[in-house]
Design a protein around this ligand. Structure first.
Ligand SMILES: [Fe+2]
Ligand SMILES: [Fe+2]
Length: 208
């Protein structure tokens, strides 16, 4: 399933290839991905942890938290592997992340978009739609990034993460099909909105 809107693939591939030649900046980008995964997992934790929390939500939370850990560890490993620079611990401050506020804003925009279109009931709907939108974009991006990593002969491999995001998207769309008979049409509308939010985020990350 492809995201809606402009195809940013060529521009982003060229940007990533250039980024990888600059190890400290590449590490900062990896830490930015870690932050986005962390913000996503935090939203799952806040919205889903209640008496009715199903196994699928618990798995989703565990895996997104794992993705944040994976990217933070990869960011720090890149710097450690680059002597003579000393190992440096990352955090979420603007010094160590690219456009962190724009990333948070992107997620907030998606939530607002979803609530405006589908409302808050049944309670699982906003979570499922927001997650599905994120997964479509994440899968598009991780496939693209994986291609560039391979072309550049990098050690980093995103296969496990791609497999997990794929599983999440399948879980979300399956549940949405059951809960909402207007799913297909609403999801197209939401994907168009996501594309507008992503078009605002991308240049900020690229400059960050
Ligand atoms: Fe993720
Ligand atoms: Fe995911």
């Amino acid at each position: 399933m492809a995201p809606a809107g402009e195809d940013h693939t060529p521009r982003l591939e060229a940007w990533l290839a250039a980024l990888m030649a600059d190890t400290p900046r590449h590490a900062k980008f990896l830490n930015t991905l870690a932050l986005l995964e962390h913000l996503g997992s935090r939203k799952i934790m806040l919205s889903q942890s209640g008496p009715a929390m199903p196994l699928a939500a618990l798995q989703h939370l565990a895996e997104e938290t794992g993705h944040a850990f994976f990217f933070r560890r990869a960011a720090e490993a890149l710097l450690v592997a680059q002597p003579p620079k000393p190992a440096r611990a990352f955090d979420w401050s603007p010094r160590h992340t690219m456009a962190p506020q724009a990333g948070a804003m992107y997620l907030a925009r998606l939530e607002a978009l979803v609530v405006r279109l589908v409302g808050l009931t049944p309670p699982a709907l906003p979570y499922l739609y927001t997650s599905a939108l994120v997964e479509v974009r994440a899968l598009w991006f991780f496939h693209l990034y994986q291609r560039v990593l391979k072309q550049q002969g990098a050690a980093l491999n995103l296969k496990k993460i791609i497999g997990e995001e794929d599983g999440h998207l399948m879980d979300m769309t399956f549940a949405l099909h059951q809960l909402d008979r207007d799913f297909s049409q609403r999801f197209e509308t939401l994907k168009a909105g996501e594309a507008r939010a992503f078009a605002k985020l991308l240049p900020k990350v690229m400059e960050g």
